[in-house]
Design a protein around this ligand. Sequence first.
Ligand SMILES: Nc1ncnc2c1ncn2[C@@H]1O[C@H](COP(=O)(O)OP(=O)(O)O)[C@@H](O)[C@H]1O
Ligand SMILES: O=c1ccn([C@@H]2O[C@H](COP(=O)(O)OP(=O)(O)O)[C@@H](O)[C@H]2O)c(=O)[nH]1
Ligand SMILES: [Mg+2]
Length: 248
Amino acid sequence: MWRRVASLSSFISSSSSSSFVAQTASRLNTWESLTTGIPHQENGVSVPKEKNPFITFVLGGPGSGKGTQCIKIVETFGFKHLSAGDLLRREIASNSADGAMILNTIKEGKIVPSQVTVKLIQKEMESSGSNKFLIDGFPRTEENRVSFERIIGVEPNVVLFFDCPEEEMVKRLLNRNQGRVDDNLETIKKRLKVFEALSLPVINYYSHRGKLYTIKAVGTEDEIFEQVRPIFTAFEVCSASTMILQAQ
Ligand SMILES: Nc1ncnc2c1ncn2[C@@H]1O[C@H](COP(=O)(O)OP(=O)(O)O)[C@@H](O)[C@H]1O
Ligand SMILES: O=c1ccn([C@@H]2O[C@H](COP(=O)(O)OP(=O)(O)O)[C@@H](O)[C@H]2O)c(=O)[nH]1
Ligand SMILES: [Mg+2]
């Protein structure tokens, strides 16, 4: 491990994203121990999990630009994008057994029970054939977070937080124009309260775990993406370096 980090030093000294690479190299230590070391519960028996996926949680208030930036991340870095909100809206559209409950919850700006959302995410992860996921708009509560870790059995590698002033978020949501049942002032006010009371604690949790990258989510879409880009570039550099060293 020390060899791998040391081997990055020439890149670090010449890179404009040097602090990200150095930070990432150290965070990758955590990642490697997570991907190879954590015992995985299966039928009550603890078995070592060979290789876990690379998971990014994309968090931020309603209208902070999560979905918009996810599209850019996918274009540039090739993740599988899973929007929890889109999965829930798909359940409503398909008239599933939970559809009516989900619709009412979204209209009220409340949070759908964790088990429902995690099951939908799990199904998409399993059928995707991908090993790199952007999970957008989830977890929104501490209960969501714990439920994901228990059911999926892994923690995220990276957590992005799009930090945007309320006034800007409200303006964007009122102009979103996608015909959503929750893009009205009454529901938006409720969603902002839920974000502060239930979602901010999740963001604080990942900050303490050293996994949080805070993005100032004001400015043009491109300006914001230029804050996001170096984070994933650094992870790519670190994982390429690991592969080279493993091949030696
Ligand atoms: N940087 C930005 N500046 C202005 N409007 C933006 C920006 N990023 C996104 N938007 C717009 O704001 C609205 C909400 O963005 P979206 O990506 O759906 O946010 P979220 O997924 O966090 O709710 C959309 O209409 C989107 O086009
Ligand atoms: O994990 C989730 C994600 C979304 N939602 C519900 O779906 C709504 C819309 O979520 P989405 O992520 O699409 O909204 P955005 O933040 O992108 O505007 C939320 O307000 C919640 O009511 C939920 O209950 N759990
Ligand atoms: Mg969204």
